[in-house]
Design a protein around this ligand. Structure first.
Ligand SMILES: [Zn+2]
Length: 402
């Protein structure tokens, strides 16, 4: 076996080890330890490819090299030379010269490295282009499932109502039909694709065959769980009385019965712009400071709640005009909307969903031109001891997907 002296290289340091543990296996005396390291000699796309070294997130790559059998983790490093965009996948190679690894949806273009343990890993490979995953395949019509099916197992059909779902927003519906002659038990899991975390599970003991059934998910995870943004899939399993199993999709399929989940929705539902310097958070306002970001749009443009929550205030003020303050649900922030065209119909204590219409863009109060004056205050909230934060980067993020 070839042994190679472990070296500190600037890159290896920057591309820190999976858990962030110290990388080099230096002994306490400062001497050097020799460790047989895995080596990556090449990476090739094997599924969902746009080229030999171009893979769509959710696809797979074949990693070739030496001493790979005991590798347990693949780290996709992304482009930054920090750990921030590192994404890990677990692997169990059967061969020391090559194995296949799934490219996580969160992986970014860059090199990968392979690790036997926290301190024993390869040098980074050359860069692999990771392209965005294909969009969810929205099909409200039921279509025959594509997952594995034992002989004699029921035939499944499934469909989904939306390709984008917002936290505590409109419910997403998953519909299914089991084709067969007898009622069968069905299990449906809602899975966060990136980490395979199951956020909800439905167990139905006897599903009537040849009939369309629907379950709904309101964009809220089970108690104690966080629903992270990202791709989710409904995965269904049905079992015949003799134990034969059918699955609605394979576990590597990230597009069927899938949706992208977001924590917020952009509040102005029409053409808009962020104005000039005076519209920015912190701009001068005659001895005071502008506590929000202005978003300009045509008078009457629909305005929706960026985040679900409970209405705290719905009032009129000579400067703010008609305004609404919403205490964000499972959020540290209060969300504040000003200069509404008319008073919002919601009363204090009312619940609003993410994406629910709360009013229209206007110029009530002291405003020059119709715009949303938007504020975000951290806990304990708006004029209750919290502070306003600059919301622009959040707005721009939400603007990019909704
Ligand atoms: Zn303003």
């Amino acid at each position: 076996m070839t042994l190679r002296k472990r070296s500190f290289s600037a890159l290896a340091l920057a591309l820190a080890a999976p858990s962030g543990a110290a990388q080099a296996a230096e002994t306490s005396s400062g001497g050097t330890e020799y460790t047989p390291l895995p080596v990556v000699s090449g990476v090739k796309c094997t599924s969902m490819c746009s080229g030999k070294t171009r893979v769509q997130a959710g696809g797979t790559v074949r990693v070739a090299g030496k001493r790979l059998r005991d590798v347990r983790t693949v780290v996709f490093h992304g482009s930054e030379r920090t750990k921030r965009d590192n994404v890990h996948v677990r692997v169990r190679p059967k061969d020391s010269r090559s194995f296949r690894a799934k490219v996580p949806l969160a992986a970014k273009t860059g090199p990968l490295s392979v690790w036997k343990s926290k301190t024993v890993g390869s040098e980074p490979s050359s860069s692999i282009a990771v392209l965005p995953p294909p969009p969810p395949e929205r099909s409200a019509e039921l279509t025959p499932s594509t997952g594995p099916r034992d002989p004699g197992a029921p035939q499944l059909e499934t469909g989904i109502s939306a390709g984008k779902v917002f936290f505590a927003g409109t419910k997403v519906r998953f519909s299914y039909r089991v084709n067969g002659t007898e009622p069968v038990p069905v299990q449906i899991e809602l899975v966060h694709v990136e980490d395979e975390l199951i956020v909800r599970r439905w167990q139905i003991d006897a599903v009537e065959p040849n009939t369309v059934h629907t379950i709904r998910w309101a964009g809220k995870p089970a108690p104690g769980l966080r629903a992270s943004a990202g791709r989710y899939v409904f995965r269904m399993t049905a079992q015949s009385s003799d134990g034969a199993l059918a699955r609605s999709s394979s576990t590597s399929d990230a597009t069927r019965d899938a949706f992208d989940f977001y924590g917020h929705k952009f509040p102005v539902r029409g053409r808009h712009n962020y104005g000039e310097a005076g519209a920015r958070f912190g701009a001068g306002r005659g001895g005071r400071s502008h506590q929000g970001q202005d978003v300009f749009a045509r008078c009457g443009t629909r305005m929706v709640a960026a985040r679900a929550g409970t209405v705290k205030f719905n009032q009129y003020h000579s400067a703010a005009g008609y305004y609404l303050v919403v205490d964000g649900y499972k959020s540290d922030y209060d969300y504040v909307y000003m200069h509404l065209q008319e008073r919002s119909p919601f009363k204090p204590g009312d619940h609003v969903r993410t994406g629910q219409m709360i009013g229209r863009v206007g110029d009530s109060g002291n405003a020059s031109g119709c715009h949303l004056h938007y504020e975000m205050w951290n806990a304990p909230g708006w004029y209750r001891g919290g502070n306003p934060i600059d919301p622009l980067r959040y707005l721009k993020g939400w603007d990019s997907w909704s």
